[in-house]
Write a protein that binds this ligand. Structure first.
Ligand SMILES: Cc1ncc(COP(=O)(O)O)c(C=O)c1O
Length: 428
């Protein structure tokens, strides 16, 4: 019997002192009941919840864990700096080293500025774009996530129309729609925000055609607006350079976060020389932005990105899992859609409009110690061992068997928010 008494107890206590018991993307409110909310520790590709249950983790803290939790050389770098000082009256020398190393790795970048979360970075890029161009409008693909600031949060609660008065939405991968947005902006476009590939929750992912990436760049050039590529989720998971470098597309600004220090809080905006003056004249800061420990961890993380074959191994491991899942789904008679790059997989069942089968299957896997996600893209770490991959595929096979046995008796989605959300998507 799987124990979850400690987790339940914490959830009950949290209800009293944390609004809703939990908030944000790590809330389990939209997940199946058996997903734990609280964790005790993590190591490599594994997590242990507060009841001691072990999981092979396919969420990587929703992205930040790249090389494995508690990675020896990254932790050594962080510990060495922690012994000297972290949040001080000024940054450590790691800030300069980090900027030099990062700029040296990213073709379009001549300078870097650091912050903490992805939302800091995207908002900073927006302000820089307006400061540089003297224009107001920011063009954003509808449904793409660029953070939880007033201009970007997906929830309208507490947000004024004025907060978004100068955000214009267009359809991802639709250059005609982008042209229409440009026309609506009437010469006032500061920047177009681009996500390297389409990775929205509750739906299939889509990799951008090269023509789209090039077309966005061309439109920006024609109207002298800036292209901002948001690499916060994708950075260093698709490539060692900016993702759209593969298409020969150079953004003016790029926003980075999540993996930069393998779990230590660090994000960044990178930019080209012509944006240097704008970057210099805006006022951006935060009490913890200059902390030395995440920057020390970041220098070591970037070294591992440059000097190891982590990317190739991550892709090879992910491809193996994807092929295994496809074979199992076919053997059990299920149609499954696996979209996006295999190292950031979205796994959805076909013919599952309210996701009841996906929810059942991922919950069956979680109960057996493999933490999969039913509606958010997952993240694969190269820290997965062969034994982890084998166990994962054994568990997913058992989860398919359980799904097959229970198929006809699985009821509709009971989570009202999820049902509404899917209803909205179906109607869109
Ligand atoms: C593409 C993208 N942009 C921005 C953000 C915001 O990052 P953060 O949650 O660190 O503020 C995220 C977070 O998931 C993201 O995926």
């Amino acid at each position: 019997m799987r124990i979850n008494s400690r987790n339940r107890e914490l959830q009950e206590r949290a209800q009293k002192v944390i609004p809703g018991g939990m908030y944000g993307h790590e809330s389990v409110a939209l997940l199946p009941a058996d997903f734990p909310q609280y964790f005790a520790r993590a190591e490599g590709a594994k997590l242990w919840d507060v009841d001691g249950n072990e999981y092979i983790d396919y969420m990587c803290a929703y992205g930040p864990n790249l090389f494995g939790y508690n990675h020896p050389s990254i932790e050594a770098a962080a510990r060495a700096q922690a012994a000297l000082g972290d949040t001080m009256t000024g940054p450590s020398e790691f800030m300069v080293r980090l900027a030099e190393d990062f700029v040296g790795m990213i073709d379009h970048a001549d300078w870097a500025m650091f912050c903490k979360n992805g939302s800091d970075a995207t908002s900073m890029a927006m302000v820089m774009a307006r400061a540089h161009t003297g224009r107001r409008k920011i063009l954003v693909a509808k449904g793409t996530y660029h953070g939880a600031s007033v201009w970007s949060t997906p929830s309208p609660q507490g947000i004024l129309p004025e907060d978004r008065a100068h955000i214009i939405y267009f359809a991802y991968d639709d250059l005609n729609s982008l042209h229409d947005a440009v026309k609506a902006a009437d010469g006032d476009v500061a920047a177009v925000f681009a996500t390297p590939f389409r990775h929205e929750v509750f739906q299939d992912q889509a990799e951008p055609p090269e023509a789209y990436a090039k077309g966005v760049r061309q439109i920006c050039d024609e109207i002298d607006a800036l292209l901002v590529v948001d690499e916060i989720r994708t950075g260093f998971r698709l490539a060692r350079d900016c993702s759209w470098a593969q298409f020969g597309v150079k953004p003016d600004l790029s926003a980075w976060g999540k993996v930069l220090a393998n779990g230590y809080p660090l994000s960044a905006v990178l930019g080209a020389d012509r944006l240097r003056a704008a970057a210099q004249k805006i006022f951006v800061t935060g009490s913890f932005w200059f902390s030395a420990v995440p920057m020390a961890a970041g220098v070591e993380t970037l070294r591992l990105i440059r000097e190891t074959d982590y990317l190739e191994r991550m892709i090879a491991i992910s491809d193996r899992i994807r092929a295994g899942l496809a074979a199992q789904a076919a053997a059990h008679g299920f149609a499954m859609r696996q979209t996006g790059p295999s190292q950031m997989p979205q796994v959805l069942f076909a013919d599952d409009p309210d996701m009841r089968y996906g929810y059942f299957w991922t919950e069956a896997a979680v109960r057996r110690g493999v933490y999969l996600h039913p509606y958010h893209n997952m993240f694969v770490t190269p820290a997965l061992t062969d034994a982890d991959v084998e166990k994962t595929l054994t568990v997913t096979d058992q989860a398919f068997e359980e799904l097959k046995r229970s198929y006809s008796s699985i009821g509709p989605q009971t989570n009202a928010v999820v049902a509404t959300r899917l209803g909205i998507l179906a109607a869109a």
